[in-house]
Design a protein around this ligand. Structure first.
Ligand code: FPP
Length: 240
């Protein structure tokens, strides 16, 4: 992702940590996957809201590198949910000309989920009206580590001098160098941490935290976050 950022009232790129599915399910005496399923509905609603409000890029933290330690049935359930989402919602991506992309260690995903993901990414790769980016088996430190390794190999091969390494070069080695950095990061459920999400890319993002649990998060909550963002004064280090 690149460092240029939107200066208008509407963020060009919104990133979301979709948190609180487990607590939402527990409140209802249901298994955690029940909350994740409801969370998929929120994702659908927010994707439509992005279209309606003119937000071009949406990146969502769907599965972190740390999430693999969750109980096997929850991990399996999440992978099934991903496949279902891709199958059920592909037509909407086409209708709205939304390109699907993924960031993370995609090779770690089970073959069936990976195949469906690759298929839909390929089928939507020519669209440019909107971009949905799924962070899957994603970790911010892993992303930076992978970039550093690739750069070190270039230095070792004699193709690059250490002094040529600057921020722009590092950014070019991250997962999606052509995507602008997020302008706004939303985290639901009252937690106020980054949890290894887009560590490099969120450097200048506005952060918005809400107590709403992700499965309850709908268009109106998203609109509230946008209104809050429009009141922020983004200085990028410049004096006020
Ligand atoms: C965090 O809530 C949420 C996740 C680890 C998974 C997010 C996945 C979805 C919303 C499913 C929809 C996504 C796709 C791509 C179909 P948590 O389980 O940690 O909640 P808790 O903190 O309340 O336990």
């Amino acid at each position: 992702m690149t460092a240029s950022a939107a200066t208008s009232d509407i963020p060009r790129h919104v990133a979301i940590i979709m948190d609180g599915n487990g607590r939402w399910a527990r409140k209802r005496g249901q298994p955690r996957i029940f909350g994740h399923r409801a969370g998929a509905e929120s994702l659908r609603a927010v994707l439509r809201a992005c279209r309606d409000h003119g937000v071009t890029y949406l990146t969502v933290y769907a599965f972190s590198t740390e999430n693999w330690v969750r109980p096997q049935d929850e991990v399996r359930g999440l992978m099934t949910l991903l496949r279902t989402f891709l199958k059920k919602d592909e037509h909407e991506l086409h209708e709205n000309q939304v390109r699907l992309r993924a960031i993370g260690r995609i090779d770690d995903l089970p073959q069936s989920a990976r195949a469906e993901l690759t298929r839909v990414m390929e089928a939507t790769r020519h669209y440019d009206k909107g971009h949905l980016i799924l962070a899957l088996s994603y970790g911010g430190r892993t992303e930076i580590t992978d970039a550093v390794r690739a750069i070190a190999r270039n230095v070792q091969a004699g193709d690059l001098e250490p002094d040529q390494i600057d921020e722009a070069l590092i950014a070019r080695h991250l997962y999606l160098p052509d995507v602008p950095d997020p302008d706004l990061m939303i985290r639901t459920s009252g937690e106020q941490r980054l949890s290894n999400f887009l560590l490099w890319e969120l450097s200048y993002a506005e952060l918005y935290f809400t107590d709403t649990l992700w499965p309850d998060f709908r268009e109106a909550h998203f609109a509230e976050a946008l209104t809050d963002y429009s009141r922020r004064c983004r200085r990028f280090g410049a004096p006020s």
